[in-house]
Write a protein that binds this ligand. Structure first.
Ligand SMILES: [Zn+2]
Length: 409
């Protein structure tokens, strides 16, 4: 043990948990409702739904759509003609608020092949954009899905729908294959309820869902776990929260009320875990107003984000924080007058070695008994940090400040 008692805190001070809203773009009501919903969640200005909440809530996109329902996509249909929605997507790529590709498109009626991924990648590169999160979409003919399950061919190099190499080139680092959970807080403290639910999920997977050939639950309660795809690539798979108990329905804006019930928020803070909440934020949005019960629950969430109990960010930022927090390697160099925390500029993870950029260290918090004498270094660069008061453990800490994304006005 070093004399300054340097150790990593789980969450950025003073947070006790972290949450991201992970929204699939399916059945978005309209371009206008998409804009209004994003403005309401992210801005602090006057919106059609009331004063903006000033939270950080991301969204996802499709390049293409081949569905018998109207959908919002970057290109029109399965052409490469840009739709009127494209400029909005580009603006939110740039700000970081669209960080998720809900696969290359909606191919409910089929029609995906690798050349479409190529054209999408080309567009991302023209815009100097990387998309860190991949979320599988759809059933049946959506062969672009990734994972070793029936009708999921995107990572099978022998199939026409193979594209995983292009998705990785597009920046995808974190993949949602289809696993969900009812456990409030991944990597959380092992409360009795959580242990019970984990056991139940284990049992349901082997009874009710026995023989089901789709991704269901995971046996553990990890947010991120390694997956090896059929082309040999090792990447991170992540899990999404649906609700505390019971069957989900369509996970639209109305169901979000139940998903964000204050009892769930309270429990998440208590359990000290991570939550990537699975929703379709843009589905069934009525421009006349949001359900009052949802607004009430959102105010409750906002209160805890503002008072610092909850770290809230886009899916990719919460996943990146967790990855860095778990694998950060550092050395303590101590003299009588000085404590240096020398952070390595790469992390070694179960999926391989990854380079760290300075801005990815945001939020990293070290407990430290001698903050005034301490410096944090990444290579030769001295990093700015703030000194925090003691937390519930009675210990002082220092944090590399977490900065919210700037929402375009
Ligand atoms: Zn979908």
């Amino acid at each position: 043990m070093n004399k300054a008692n340097v150790a990593l805190r789980e969450f950025p001070f003073p947070a006790h948990c972290a949450v991201a809203i992970s929204s699939d773009i399916d059945n978005a009501s309209s371009v206008d409702s998409f804009k209004e919903i994003m403005n309401y969640f992210n801005s602090s200005s006057n919106t059609i739904f009331g004063n903006g909440l000033g939270l950080e809530v991301g969204n996802s996109f499709w390049f293409y759509t081949n569905s018998n329902k109207p959908q919002l996509s970057y290109f029109e249909g399965i052409t490469t003609r840009k739709s009127k929605f494209a400029p909005i997507i580009r603006e939110l790529w740039k700000s970081g608020h669209i960080d998720t590709m809900h696969s290359w498109g909606n191919f409910d009626l089929g029609g995906f092949d690798r050349s479409l991924a190529d054209a999408g990648l080309n567009e991302l590169q023209k815009c100097s954009t990387k998309i860190p999160v991949w979320v599988n979409h759809g059933v049946g003919l959506n062969l672009q899905k990734l994972g070793n399950y029936p009708n999921m061919k995107g990572d099978d190099p022998s199939h026409d729908a193979y594209h995983l190499d292009l998705s990785v080139e597009a920046g995808c680092e974190y993949f949602w294959i289809g696993k969900t959970t009812h456990i409030i807080g991944q990597n959380s403290h092992p409360s009795i309820t959580n242990k019970l639910k984990l056991g139940l999920q284990w049992l349901i997977k082997r009874t009710k869902y026995y023989g089901t050939k789709d991704p269901i639950y995971d046996d553990g309660n990890e947010l991120l776990f390694p997956i090896e795809f059929r082309d040999g690539r090792k990447m991170w798979e992540f899990i999404r929260f649906i609700n505390a108990w019971g069957q989900e329905h369509i996970l639209d804006i109305n169901e979000l009320t139940k998903q964000l019930n204050p009892s769930i928020i309270k429990r998440l803070i208590k359990n000290q875990g991570y939550m990537i909440l699975y929703t379709h934020l843009n589905e069934h949005v009525d421009l006349a107003g949001l359900p009052q019960s949802l607004v009430k629950n959102l105010f409750y969430l906002q209160e805890h984000v503002v008072n610092g109990n909850i770290l809230m960010g886009t899916t990719s930022r919460i996943l990146k924080y967790k990855e860095i927090r778990d694998y950060l390697s550092y050395k303590i160099v101590e003299t009588d007058n000085e404590v240096k925390i020398e952070v390595q500029d790469f992390i070694e993870t179960p999926i391989g070695v990854k380079k760290i950029q300075e801005n990815q260290l945001m939020g990293v918090t070290f407990y430290c008994d001698t903050p005034e004498k301490t410096t944090i270094l990444l290579g030769k660069t001295k990093l700015d940090f703030k000194i925090n008061p003691k937390d519930e453990t009675g210990r002082q800490s220092i944090s590399i400040p977490w900065q919210n994304l700037i929402y375009p006005s």
